[in-house]
Write a protein of this length. Structure first.
Length: 473
């Protein structure tokens, strides 16, 4: 059986890997570069990340990722953050001119008098009395405002969503982004009732590897809060590329420019060749696929899934310049008029090992834009990187008191359309796409990747595994 995989990001790489494990004849069409948004750069004595910088080790999707990591022989490359680390314990939100610590200790967090938590305990106590909604979907902001009040929606929740989706809580779907909260209300009528009930509900068995050594590795790594690799996230994508070549996967470093569905096969036109395949797993962004299919209905459905652009500014300062250690801080939408950034990650707190020099340095990554990129900075194709750098340096100085005079190095990237946006009704849109593709291809062309069912690296790998299992049958 011949299967083509479209896309050289983590979704495409992992889909090709899982197919090759199942002895399929795999061709991977990668576009211009492998790795997608995962990109580690070594500058001087520092490893910096312009995309995803860490992985969570808990949950079924995470366990599938860890199983793959063990199969790739990368167990000795892991860098883990223990629960005792400040990067694991302290996550800040910059609100009302001060840093608010969303501590990993819920009792400490809820009993504090931080401005962002004003009214949080009363909101929790009265949440169970609120009526249950009958709506099939609504925005995150609408859901949280209805259940916990607009103050929490405007501030704490919007900050958290900035960190995950760089998105607008008034547009994003509660059902598709925070499904666990949506399900608690649907099943129990209340978030708090659901949390209490779940404490007494038997938990289903988590995913387990059939290999005892792999399962031991998973059990060990899941003790960490997050993890990366000794030489950055590219270790994973580089290992996948090497493994795919050794497994006989044909890698075509060209763009797909046309997809044609026929009665007996699917034809993929690249920049230099026509490839005919029995089945296809498509792991490119929804709107990129829309550009290469001719069916107008499918084009429209694929185009309905939006994405946002994020400016990423990596900064390296001389010395240990952070007064408070932690994972970093996020900025809620309510602060948009005061700051032009959505968050800062304290990279050197999480992974000091990524600084290789003898001199002490502080690495951090400033994120800006997201859903507000165009309104704040203009057309991503025309934005000057030096302007983003100036904003990043000024914001760090304003919030953290770190002078630009101690800046040793910087790197600016504009990640255009990097994070898909699951707007209200997303689940129905995705189901429509699956149904339409099933009719067009007789169930021989499936889509996976961040555009559809989860934006995290773990989600992408997990969903690619599911797609590979389906296409192997």
């Amino acid at each position: 059986m011949k299967v083509v995989v479209l896309g050289g990001g983590i979704s495409g790489l992992s889909a090709a890997y899982f197919l090759a494990q199942r002895k399929a004849n795999v061709t991977l069409i990668t576009g211009n570069k492998l790795g997608g948004w995962i990109q580690t750069i070594r500058r001087n004595n520092e490893f910096i990340e312009t995309g995803p910088r860490s992985l969570r080790p808990v949950g079924d999707a995470a366990y599938v990722t860890l199983e793959m990591i063990h199969q790739l022989g990368l167990e000795k490359e892991i860098l883990g953050i223990p629960a005792s680390s400040p990067a694991a314990q302290n996550r800040f939100v910059y609100y009302d001119g001060v840093m608010n610590n969303l501590s990993s200790n819920p009792v400490a967090m809820l009993t504090s008098n931080q401005p962002i938590l004003k009214g949080f305990i009363p909101a929790l106590l009265t949440e169970a009395l609120k009526p249950k909604s009958t709506a099939m979907d609504e925005s995150i902001h609408s859901f949280v405002s209805r259940r916990l009040g607009s103050f929490i929606a405007d501030n704490m929740v919007s900050a958290v969503i900035h960190g995950i989706y760089a998105g607008d809580t008034k547009k994003l779907s509660i059902r598709s982004t925070m499904n666990f909260l949506y399900n608690l209300e649907k099943q129990y009528g209340s978030i708090t009732k659901g949390i209490i009930a779940s404490m007494f509900t038997k938990k289903r068995e988590p995913y387990r590897s059939t290999n005892p050594e792999t399962q031991q590795f998973i059990e060990r790594i899941k003790q960490f809060k997050i993890y990366s690799f000794k030489k950055g996230m590219n270790v994973l994508t580089d290992a996948l590329e090497s493994k795919l070549k050794s497994m006989g996967v044909q890698i075509v470093p060209e763009k797909c420019i046309d997809v044609q569905f026929s009665a007996s096969s699917i034809k993929i036109q690249t920049e230099s060749r026509l490839i005919e395949s029995d089945k296809v797993i498509c792991a490119i962004p929804s709107r990129e696929l829309a550009k290469v299919v001719s069916d107008s209905t499918l084009k429209e459905k694929l185009d309905s899934i939006g994405s946002v652009t994020v400016g990423v500014v990596n900064l390296v300062y001389k010395g240990d310049v952070l007064k408070a250690k932690g994972f970093g801080f996020l900025v809620p939408q309510s602060e948009a008029g005061k700051l032009d950034i959505i968050g800062v990650v304290y990279d050197s707190c999480a992974f000091p090992e990524h600084s290789l020099g003898q001199e002490k340095t502080t690495r951090m990554t400033v994120m800006m834009g997201g859903h507000a990129f165009e309104s704040k900075f203009g057309n991503p194709d025309l934005v000057k990187k030096e302007d983003l750098l100036a904003i990043a340096k000024q914001s760090v100085e304003q919030v953290l008191g770190i002078s630009s005079g101690s800046l040793l190095d910087s790197f600016v990237s504009i990640q255009k359309n990097c994070i898909p946006q699951y707007y209200v009704g997303h689940e129905d849109r995705v189901q429509d796409i699956h149904n339409h593709l099933k009719k067009l291809s007789n169930d021989r062309f499936v889509v996976t990747g961040a555009s559809f069912n989860g934006v995290s690296v773990n989600d992408c790998i997990y969903n690619s595994r599911s797609a590979a299992t389906k296409m192997s049958q």
